[in-house]
Design a protein around this ligand. Structure first.
Ligand code: 3SL
Length: 249
């Protein structure tokens, strides 16, 4: 009889300590917008992304000549000319090909930071959903999905994406879930999957981004499977896992 793997979902970095113990593989999700932007930037030619937790750290890297991006509360931080709009990484792709970009965001880079000591940290979004799910199935290891949430609180968009991943893994018959957070996420995903944009109409972060005129970003971030790039954290940098130059382990 083969042993089943576990897949569990943690709703925010604040709860990470309660969930992390049994896992060495963590998937970090921040659908609106950090992890969607990270997947998009690497997919469009950025060589590496250095996630940093604070704006001060990002400034320090910028003073050393690196391209740095900083977002707080949905807006580009004063003194930076780049934030975490995935569309900006498409529009400016030519400029960024082969470059290292230093990135700090309100929640996404904070979640990456709390998980950074695990053996494997990969980045998930709706944009790379199928590619990532397929890789996790083949990897056949216990998986903790860490939602970035909003300032340590639960959010709907990360829960939907996490639920989609967990649902697919459980459907294979090789994964099980014990935690109610995982069961709940699966049901939320199933209720939302046919029209995520409408389902999220009332969500707090969609409202926040609408007020900032970022509807195009939201539409992009809610587009499943427009990319196959899976970012992985190696030596403090996010790089493409499925790049031919990067081994698949
Ligand atoms: O929290 C984050 O990391 C950001 O992606 C938030 S926002 O979409 O830029 O508001």
């Amino acid at each position: 009889m083969s042993t089943k793997r576990r897949v569990e979902i943690c709703f925010s970095p604040a709860e990470y300590a309660l969930y992390q113990e049994d896992f060495e593989l963590v998937v970090v999700i921040d659908v609106l917008r950090a992890t969607s932007a990270i997947c998009t930037a690497l997919h469009n030619g950025v060589e590496r992304i250095k996630p940093v937790a604070s704006v001060d750290e990002a400034r320090e890297w910028m003073s050393k000549g690196f391209i740095a991006a900083a977002e707080r509360n949905g807006e580009i931080v004063d003194g930076f000319e780049l934030g975490n709009s995935p569309i900006a990484y498409i529009e400016r792709a030519e400029e960024f090909v082969g470059q290292t970009i230093v990135l700090t965001t309100t929640n996404g880079t904070k979640a990456i930071d709390v998980a950074k000591d695990k053996n494997t940290v990969v980045i998930g979004a709706l944009n790379n959903l199928d590619a990532l799910t397929q890789w996790l199935i083949e990897r056949n290891e216990d998986v903790l999905i860490l939602a970035s949430g909003w300032k340590d609180k639960f959010n709907l968009e990360d829960t939907i994406c996490a639920g989609a991943i967990a649902d697919s893994l459980i459907e294979t018959g090789n994964f099980i879930a014990d935690e109610d957070s995982t069961v709940a996420s699966k049901f939320i995903y199933r209720s939302a999957r046919d029209n995520m944009f409408a389902f999220l109409k009332a969500s707090s972060h969609r409202r926040r981004l609408r007020q900032l005129n970022l509807n195009e970003d939201v539409k992009y971030c809610l587009t499943p499977n427009n990319l196959t790039t899976i970012p992985i954290l190696r030596d403090g940098y996010l790089v493409k896992l499925n790049d031919r130059t990067t081994p698949l382990s």
